[in-house]
Ligand binder design. Structure first.
Ligand SMILES: O=C(O)CCC(=O)C(=O)O
Length: 238
């Protein structure tokens, strides 16, 4: 698995559908984000632990993270010079939200042109507390999704039985690591059986030069417009 950003990142991404870049953000920066995310969404996310902010309604701290120059440096070689930031979501598993997120391709939710998302670890993520699982190379084809409505939220799902011949990879990450993934990459996450939090923050982007028929987003922000933003301010967390 790729762990540093280098010239091979685009070919590794093309082959696997994701890249993992370690230590993009500091632990203090992630702690500040987690405190803010807990204040803003912990009691508003419902049983799925997911809360979505569109680009015109996202709190400034989280817009700064989404459009941070370090994110732009990772994304530009994969997406191109003109990147649009679309939306972002804190996703958490805690002592009250602990189920496994079901297998899916994000594209089943939004269609249209390719989108790229970044899974930013606000906590260390392990098999025990609900890290992501991915199927390398699965971004090369679209899978059928069943429509399921239950308390877990994720309506579009690929069943475990359909994946029994696929190579499944656990993606354990340290706080501050970033996994960028293609919107056809099959992914799910482990349940959180640890009694400890597992928070992540997931911004989504597209290439501004590629027409997109998706109707999910009515607003977007050019990423370059934010590259001069002030750095994320760590906040007292105790
Ligand atoms: O972070 C997780 O547990 C899963 C998130 C996810 O799959 C998604 O938001 O598409």
């Amino acid at each position: 698995m790729r762990k540093t950003l280098d010239d091979d990142a685009p070919s590794s991404f093309a082959e696997n559908g994701f890249i993992l870049v370690e230590s993009v953000f500091t632990v203090d920066e992630m702690a500040a984000c987690k405190v803010a995310a807990k204040e803003l969404v912990e009691n508003r996310s419902g049983p799925s632990g997911v809360h979505v902010w569109m680009s015109d309604a996202i709190p400034p701290l989280f817009e700064s993270v989404s459009c941070d120059p370090r994110m732009a440096a990772i994304l530009r070689p994969l997406i191109g010079p003109r990147i649009e930031f679309l939306s972002a979501k804190p996703v958490f598993k805690s002592t009250t939200v602990h189920f496994a997120s079901p297998w899916h391709q994000d594209q089943a939710y939004w269609g249209g042109a390719t989108k790229w998302s970044a899974w930013i670890a606000l906590d260390d993520a392990t098999v025990g507390n609900g890290c992501l699982r991915v199927i390398p190379g699965s971004h090369r084809r679209t899978r059928d999704h069943a429509s399921v409505r239950d308390a877990r939220g994720f309506v579009n799902r690929v069943s475990d039985d359909d994946l029994k011949d696929d190579p499944i990879m656990d993606v354990e990450m340290n706080c501050g690591d970033v996994l960028v993934f293609h919107d056809r990459l099959l992914h799910s996450s482990h349940p959180n059986m640890s009694g400890r939090d597992r928070w992540s923050f997931i911004p989504t982007y597209r290439n501004a030069d590629v027409p997109d028929t998706s109707t999910v987003w009515t607003t977007s922000k050019p990423m370059n417009a934010h590259s001069q933003r002030s750095p994320i301010q760590p906040k007292e967390t105790k």
